[in-house]
Write a protein that binds this ligand. Sequence first.
Ligand code: TRP
Length: 336
Amino acid sequence: MSKRTVLTGITTTGRPHLGNYVGAIKPAIDASHRHDVQSFYFLADYHALIKCRDPQTVQQSTLEIAATWLALGLDTDEAIFYRQSDIPEISELTWLLTCVTAKGLMNRSHAYKAAVQDNAEAGEDPDSAIDMGLFSYPILMAADILMFNANDVPVGRDQEQHLEMTRVIAQRFNHFFGEHFVLPEAVMDDEVAVLPGRDGRKMSKSYNNTIPLWLPEKQLRKAIMKIVTNSLEPGEPKQTEGSALYAIYSAFANAEQRAEMKQAFADGIAWGAAKQQCFELINSEIADARLIYEDLVADPARIESCLQQGAVRAREVAGPLIRQLREAVGIRPLVK
Ligand code: TRP
């Protein structure tokens, strides 16, 4: 039996933060060592263009995210790690899929509908400032997934609709042109912590409440000291429920450490002391990787070469499939 294929993409905008680390990066890196699946991880730089028109930011973010995954120990012997834009077959497949995707399906996309809604509220034309990139985004994502006939796609809840759309598009293509695609499943792990940010809401770039993963030690400590708590004095018992500090600590702690911190809260630990422990715990987990990260960022050629090797492996899969698809739709030589 052939191995199941697991695939996930990371949009290259922004700096990795602790929420990304706990919710996505760490579980994916742990999974990259599995022998029983073939995993694909890629830097979704075409997706980045939908959100970002600053070339320097796109490039820098690609560098930082690649360095992050490598520094944290992504197993690039097992997993295939590549940059989306190095696989021209993906853009070709995007067009083949675009031609079988109902516009009405795209009209239902949450991201597009939210943008239309914002326009309505602002009294603007419904499609004001909405590009085709945003509108067609789910088709590009479908191409990412179908290009490698992925079975399982680990994603956050916010991406569930994109997986449903991918299945609809794949089925439609199969219906017209034969069984070329397997239907992928979203894999959403409810066990994985959704980390709160400094202000207690979900840690997210859009809330401006993130703690970047690779802050120098002193700045990391400072950022953790700024996690919002309440005005309870040392000695007063504190609640763990609803505490962003406790949730962040817990995401890095083992069961024993968690139980100890819970007890410390009940015993009235001072906020400053709890934050110091939180800093020490997080720092001890990432300090070694931080050194590797810094070396890698200073040596982009090493990252580039790693990505090129990944691209070769990815294209070994994408090339034959795109040839088969071209043939299936009738894009083929006039004589054999
Ligand atoms: N859209 C995903 C996100 O914003 C990133 C992504 C792009 C992706 N292509 C993908 C994830 C394919 C899984 C599979 O998180």
